[in-house]
Design a protein around this ligand. Sequence first.
Ligand code: FPP
Ligand code: MG
Length: 298
Amino acid sequence: MLSAVERKIEQFIADLDDKEVAAQYGKLPQGKRLRAKLILKIAGNRLSVVKTAAIVEMIHAASLLHDDVIDDAYTRRNKPSLNALYGNKTAIMFGDVLYSKGFLELNNISSEVAKIVSGAVVKLSLGELKDVSLSKTFNLNKEIYLEMIYQKTASLMEASAGAAAVLAGKPKEAYLVYGRNLGLAFQMIDDLLDITSDSETLGKPALHDFAEGKTTLPYIYLYEVLNSEDQKKLASLHAKELSREEQAWIMQNMEEHQILLKCYAQAKELIDEAVELMNEKGEEALSSIAEEMIDRNF
Ligand code: FPP
Ligand code: MG
């Protein structure tokens, strides 16, 4: 079923009748298509559903194109990012093309779906802005971190599940909670993998977030349990290129204080709630997506 979404994206790109854009699309590392999977599992494979899934994936791809420019990231999913291949200007404009074509097509779906998806894109942008400004400080506020990842990542998954429920004529509330929890847990796991995975598995440099200034949940929890001398040391390493010794010091403390387990457990709680909600509705396939997501290693 996902192949129908790939074909639809290709058709949307072909509509643009632009060789350069077609070539750029060919270089785009294909993602997990998690959002499209959710939409199809909730709403089936009618044309309007496939189109909505394609639109959401195009918007998501656009946001990652911009994000890689913002984050100075030169690899994505083990392949060179578009900014690495073509430079920032092209990557940004190609993102704009994907994003605006997605919005053009969104007009052909129902106005309720259009409202849900475009509302999420506003949140996505606010979340990315928050991520950038938080990276300039050593943020120790867990609530602010959670609000940022809700906006930056969970909002589009929430909207995907909600929009799909609307298309399927199902009451959307439980699906919105499912998508939101899945998105929050997804970003929490993403932030954990930045610490636990080697760069080859991850497809991008490991322990990169903290060097970039991102005080993700594991760092917030670690700071809370360190003595004041070690708290000062951790703060002094924020937003710096770390030496091997400094990386090892962070890892050793994360292990000693079981920080990664604590973060995983918090993500798992969100997934358990999502699974319970979907099992109640007889949506076991959606429960499986949530369970597989939390145990991924990339
Ligand atoms: C990845 O975060 C970034 C996002 C999920 C959202 C990015 C959103 C924007 C750039 C704003 C919206 C823009 C458009 C065109 C719709 P990350 O850096 O933590 O994850 P990563 O490790 O995958 O890079
Ligand atoms: Mg990034």
